[in-house]
Design a protein around this ligand. Structure first.
Ligand code: PLP
Length: 363
């Protein structure tokens, strides 16, 4: 290394992403409730498609993702020509920043917004602008006040991670309508399938010229390890993003598995129903033990403790008992723990242990 070899401005200011912890030293069968994964995994049809893909590994994948886009379009009632598939929705977020954000351009998101918005903004040389929420709920007026002629993108996760709260379609539409002309509203719908009857912003992205929706196979579809996501929006924007997409960004295994997964909506509906039931049970059990949370619309609960010390202490205690949850101090929520809704035994166990901890009976 010499002084002349330097990355682009802003890159060295990016803090490395810390994923949800996956292991506890000395415990082989820890229960992982730290990454909002589907405890039941993907549908059997998705697993079968993945197994079949093993016979095609020597062939390059197709580059236009036509078959997967067709399936997504049929299931969601969307025009396949306005869909773009990527390596997780992370890659769609990255494409948006790369294509629309330059040096000193601004990208707006909420204070407890997903960390990838900041990372991708800075990777493109842009300036991240974090806007306060109102009691952990997206504040459309605060976002509109933060926008100016340098604003290129506004990211809203709805439902939001890590708060679990969401705003309605009317609020989203008001936000889109109020943005400066050069700005795109990106509705990150990673958790939208958990909300019965909610289209994730698809109709807005169909009708409005400045709205893009992103979706993922990592959450309710149970395919986080395979890395598949998609975006949908105005034809002109999708055309821009396709120009910077690598032609072989998705493998045959990813494409075939995702297609089988999206066509199995029975599995999605079952997972949503289970999540709704267990989430309500867990939130109430924790509240009874003195740990409140906002009403969650996603597959996790943001549990609020009395202090940062108490949250850290509970996190450490759960680890000794083989349960991994997510500290969210990096999201400016130091007194909270984000707990993924697991299967029923995991929900019961985490509630029981937090009860013991709150009662001071952990020795
Ligand atoms: C998990 C998550 C995603 C999904 O990212 P992938 O790259 O598709 O795995 C996107 N946005 C938010 C807010 C998330 O929590």
């Amino acid at each position: 290394m010499n002084d002349f070899i330097r990355p682009q401005p802003g890159i060295m200011d990016i803090e490395l992403y810390q994923g949800g912890q996956a292991h506890v030293a000395g415990i082989s069968d820890a229960v992982k409730l730290s990454s909002n994964e589907n405890p039941f995994g993907p549908s059997d049809k998705a697993k079968e498609a993945f197994s079949r893909a093993v016979h095609k590994m020597h062939r390059y994948p197709n580059t236009d993702h036509a078959s997967l886009r067709q399936a997504i379009g049929e299931v969601h009632g969307l025009d396949p020509d306005r869909i773009l598939c990527g390596v997780g929705s992370d890659e769609i977020i990255h494409f948006l920043c790369q294509a629309y954000v330059g040096a000193r351009d601004e990208v707006v998101f909420t204070e407890h917004g997903f960390l990838m918005y900041r990372i991708s903004t800075m990777a493109a040389g842009g300036k991240p602008v974090a806007v306060p929420e109102r009691e952990r709920v997206t504040d459309v007026d605060a976002i509109l006040r933060a926008c100016n002629k340098k604003t290129k993108l506004v990211f809203i996760a709805n439902p939001n991670n890590p708060t679990g709260t969401m705003i309605g379609l009317a609020e989203l539409e008001r936000l889109a309508a109020g943005l400066p002309k050069q700005a795109i509203l990106v509705i990150d719908s990673a958790y939208s399938e958990y909300v019965e009857g909610y289209d994730g912003g698809a109709e807005l992205a169909t009708r409005l010229p400045n709205v893009v929706m992103t979706r993922t196979f990592s959450k309710i579809y149970g395919l986080g390890g395979l890395r598949i996501g998609w975006g949908y929006g105005p034809r002109a924007i999708i055309d821009v993003l396709n120009r910077i997409r690598g032609p072989f960004n998705l493998s045959t295994a990813q494409l075939d598995t995702a297609e089988a997964a999206v066509r199995d909506q029975d599995w999605v509906n079952r997972c949503r129903d289970d999540n709704t039931r267990l989430r309500a049970w867990l939130a109430e059990a924790l509240a009874e033990k003195g740990v409140p949370s906002d009403t969650s619309t996603a597959n996790f609960i943001l549990a609020r403790f009395a202090s940062e010390e108490e949250a850290a202490g509970c996190d450490a205690y759960l680890k000794t008992e083989g349960i991994i949850v997510r500290r969210v101090a990096g999201y400016n929520l130091p007194n909270c723990l984000r707990i993924t809704v697991g299967d029923e035994p995991s929900c019961r166990r985490v509630a029981h242990l937090i009860g013991l901890f709150k009662a001071g009976r952990t020795a």
